[in-house]
Write a protein that binds this ligand. Structure first.
Ligand SMILES: [Ca+2]
Length: 372
């Protein structure tokens, strides 16, 4: 994973952190943020599309999402894997169940489900980090492990689940947050009519989805994992997605370090299984070089933007993502005030964005012991 060192050009003037912004962050972290800058009181209807495995920041993204769900900011419609690794769905279900949503609709790629590409199968890229195995074993949901047991609803074909969920929602009401590969989204766009909807995929998305918020790309240019791993899907989604797309690029999460507060509390526990899978994933991973810093929150920033909006944390730079002609997966950017895409730049400092993510995450009642 790498990005180039191109200096990011200013799309908007940057203001110094003002008292009003400080208050905005404090307010949001204490359960009063509005979402997407539209001032709506209703919860964001969200589908989370995740690769949950190569990196553990997806676990933090789940924790942030469910903290905001408890605050009434988001109505989570489904959690869908874009990764064929056999540990992903069990880990998704472990997290859903732990947050009280064992019946959350869950989808996954199936063989032959897409005419565009085959979804990648990826687990941790660092040998020392084996949190997906630990979670599956310690929480007893790994197929084949002793005491394995089914959790929640049956896992559905990712595209069929997308189509079912979208067809039942009001027009332009659903936000999709993608924190993995674009495999499912490309398969959805190219899907045909089915029993859930007579609309082809692209028209179904255009009618039902208000926004795609995605951790993907590097801005204003570079190579990034989520786009690179399924490049045919990335190219198709970025050229044909029929609506607003907001990217939180590699360079954003690269500077937002979270989770250390979870670890500070992990000392309360002995052994590898604390009973809290979020703490376990971070405790089992941060010890490999990130105990002092915390871990990058690439995916957490996308969830934050999808539910709370970019403001006050980020500003939007509008234009259009481009791809190199070669097979590197490298992306570029064209500035265009009328373009279909936006990428975010820091409006608050990375440390303050990280503090907001940690504060919201730990505001969930599952972490009430921290206040004791
Ligand atoms: Ca991810």
């Amino acid at each position: 994973m790498q990005i180039n060192n191109l200096r990011i050009k200013a799309c908007h003037s940057l203001n110094a952190a003002s008292l009003s912004l400080m208050l905005a962050v404090v307010c949001c972290a204490s359960n009063s943020c509005s979402h997407t800058g539209e001032g709506k009181a209703s919860a964001v209807k969200l589908i989370l599309d995740t690769d949950l495995g190569p990196d553990y920041d997806d676990v933090g993204a789940f924790a942030l999402m469910y903290a905001l769900e408890e605050q009434g900011k988001v109505d989570v419609l489904a959690t869908i894997s874009c990764n064929r690794d056999e540990r992903v769905v069990p880990c998704i279900k472990i997290l859903n169940a732990w947050y009280g949503h064992a019946d959350m609709p869950t989808g996954a790629p199936e063989e032959g489900y897409s005419s565009v590409s085959e979804a990648p199968s990826m687990t941790c890229w660092q040998e020392d980090l084996h949190w997906p195995d630990s979670l599956c074993i310690n929480y007893g949901h790994f197929p084949g492990c002793a005491g394995a047991r089914a959790v929640g609803a049956e896992t559905e074909n990712a595209v069929k689940l997308y189509r079912k969920i979208l067809s039942r929602q009001a027009d332009r009401s659903v936000t999709i947050c993608s924190i993995g590969f674009y495999s499912n989204l490309a398969a959805l766009l190219t899907s045909g009519p089915d029993g859930n909807s007579p609309l082809p995929g692209r028209e179904l998305v255009a009618r039902k989805v208000v926004r795609l918020v995605s951790m993907a790309g590097a801005f204003p240019g570079g190579e990034e994992f989520n786009l690179k791993l399924d490049l045919p899907a990335a190219r198709l989604v970025c050229s044909e997605w029929p609506g607003d797309v907001i990217f939180s690029g590699f360079e954003i999460g690269e500077r937002v370090w979270t989770g250390r507060r979870l670890i500070e509390e992990a000392a309360r526990y002995e052994g590898e299984c604390s009973g809290n899978p979020v703490v376990d994933a971070y405790a089992g991973s941060l010890k490999y070089g990130e105990l002092e810093s915390g871990h990058n929150s690439w995916d957490g920033t996308a969830v934050l933007i999808a539910i709370c909006g970019a403001d006050p944390y980020f500003e939007l730079c509008r234009g259009r993502i481009t791809f190199a002609e070669d097979s590197t997966g490298s992306n570029g950017w064209q500035e265009d005030p009328q373009g279909p895409h936006s990428y975010v730049r820091f409006k608050l400092s990375p440390d303050r964005v990280a503090a907001a993510i940690d504060s919201i995450t730990l505001s969930h009642s599952k972490f009430a012991y921290l206040k004791q």
